[in-house]
Design a binder for this molecule. Structure first.
Ligand SMILES: Nc1nc2c(ncn2[C@@H]2O[C@H](COP(=O)(O)OP(=O)(O)OP(=O)(O)O)[C@@H](O)[C@H]2O)c(=O)[nH]1
Ligand SMILES: [Mg+2]
Length: 461
């Protein structure tokens, strides 16, 4: 055995409830995805505790038996001092009976490891959004830190944010997530403080955080305004945005299509900043490609909202490439997630093409099935230069269809326009005569309109 295996990463255990309407495959995929999120944060997942229920248990998410199993991983007691009160307090007899009936057969602790031999898990990761009091109860029963899905995603975003804009967006999301959870820590919870005093201190702390959030929002708005002007300046460029689930291969395609060095990694949410580069080899007029933040199931609403300006890159594109990892059996539901986030930001009417990426990992059988199911999709591998050349050609063709062929006369007095024409239009032919520069061009409709406005109808035909 390798020596290095003795230095363990911090360990975590995943807890989830399989709710009605969620089938086994979907439930497993969601827990596995949470496991990948944890690995991205540097944790080693040592176990999963899952239970089928109608709803999450009000106080503790899981039922008693499953809670004991969970605590087996963390070395906690599996109980709350006032568990009966917490779980049952506000309920009448009928509701208690119903809960007993809903309890699944596997609500027992047979899966728990012998806590003395297995490594103790330091973190309980819950695959749902839970309330601050559920988190606190789980923490007490398990004697471990507890994070829910949103908390984990926010933490990853926090670690991966690089640009000033991304850092501001993440900080706003993080503080927004923390405000309702502030009860759990700080001076305000100290025993010796009277309840009234504690509450007002808590209110004070919360107000401070809210003030900080609005300060950050102002700062973000200023940056966004600058970026807004930058975007307006490239408004007539031909733009394609790569969108899709996290880890689908958007940045890999971006690299391949533009020859840029954007960050690629086998971890979730590697990219948080939108990057824009020109398609390479370059075309005239040029085509811009943007890489965007990836999506995920149950992406917290606040987080989507705080990345709105980053997602503007997608909203303002003239073509969207929906990139999926075709080798991932869950890619269809991942595509649904991408579509629904994009329609939330108002990008659902933009023309789009589906890209079945990681085709090199797809078996011939699956390839045949997918080709039949998605006849219009572009199947490729971002790692294959030949595939990338094919996509490059398809993009050029797509945008060239929209170009207009015009003949333009630039009188010598307007010679300053010649440079702009050369950089923004494809020159098919040109010559100089006694009147001026005569161009035969392929141009974007918007550019043709601008030339008409500047040179007059007679000079642009
Ligand atoms: N086998 C194979 N692996 C690929 C392909 N495209 C990307 N990958 C790998 O998939 C992983 C994720 O790729 P990225 O390009 O970072 O994915 P992304 O969509 O930008 O991910 P986020 O930025 O997290 O949203 C990396 O390990 C890539 O090397 C492909 O066509 N084939
Ligand atoms: Mg990326």
């Amino acid at each position: 055995m390798n020596e290095t295996t003795t230095t363990r990463r911090p360990t975590a255990v995943v807890a989830a409830v399989q709710l009605p309407g969620v089938d086994d495959a979907e439930h497993q995929a969601s827990m596995a995805e949470l496991g990948r999120l944890l690995e991205t944060l540097g944790y080693e997942v040592v176990g999963q505790v899952s239970q089928r229920r109608q709803t999450l248990v009000t106080g503790t998410v899981l039922g008693e038996g499953k809670l004991t199993e969970l605590a087996g991983y963390t070395g906690g007691s599996g109980e709350l001092p006032d568990m009966a009160a917490l779980v049952n307090r506000p309920k009448d007899k009928a509701r208690q009976r119903r809960e007993v009936l809903e309890r699944d057969d596997d609500d027992a602790d047979e899966g728990a490891p012998a806590s003395t031999t297995e490594p103790r898990a330091r973190l309980v990761a819950v695959d749902h959004d839970i309330t601050p009091s559920q988190a606190r109860n789980l923490e007490r029963a398990c004697d471990a830190e507890v994070l829910d899905r949103t908390g984990i995603i926010v933490e990853i975003f926090h670690r991966h944010a690089r640009s000033r804009e991304a850092r501001l967006q993440v900080e706003i999301a993080r503080l927004t997530y923390q405000v309702p959870r502030m009860r759990m820590s700080g001076r305000s919870t100290e025993r010796q403080q009277g309840r009234g005093a504690g509450e007002s201190q808590l209110e004070l702390d919360r107000r401070k955080v809210r003030d900080r959030i609005s300060q950050l929002r102002d700062e973000l708005e200023r940056i966004e305004q600058e970026q807004g002007t930058r975007r307006v300046r490239r408004a007539d460029a031909r733009r394609v945005a790569l969108v899709g689930y996290t880890n689908a291969g958007k940045s890999s395609l971006m690299r391949a299509l533009t020859g840029s060095e954007v960050y690629v990694a086998d971890k979730l949410f590697a990219t948080l900043d939108a990057t824009v580069r020109a398609l390479h080899p370059e075309t005239t007029p040029r085509i811009l490609v943007s890489d965007t933040v990836g999506f995920i199931k149950k992406l917290p609403h606040d987080l989507v909202a705080s990345f709105r300006s980053t997602l503007d890159e997608a909203r303002e594109a003239s073509l969207l490439l929906f990139v999926v990892d075709a080798a991932d059996p869950a890619f269809r539901s991942q595509l649904d997630v991408t579509r629904s986030v994009l329609s939330e930001i108002g990008a659902e009417t933009i023309p789009s093409r589906l890209v079945l990426n990681k085709w090199d990992k797809v078996s011939p059988d699956l390839a045949a099935t997918l080709t039949a199911e998605f006849p219009d999709a572009i199947a490729l591998s971002a790692h294959s230069p030949e595939d990338v050349r094919r996509l490059h050609a398809l993009l050029v063709e797509h945008f060239d269809d929209a170009l207009l062929e015009v003949r333009v006369c630039v009188p010598y007095a307007r010679g300053a326009l010649v440079g702009e024409i050369r950089s923004s239009a494809r020159v098919l032919d040109e010559e100089c005569d006694e009147v001026g520069h005569q161009f035969h061009l392929r141009v974007e409709p918007a550019f043709a309109a601008r030339l008409r406005a500047q040179l007059g109808e007679d000079n642009v035909r």
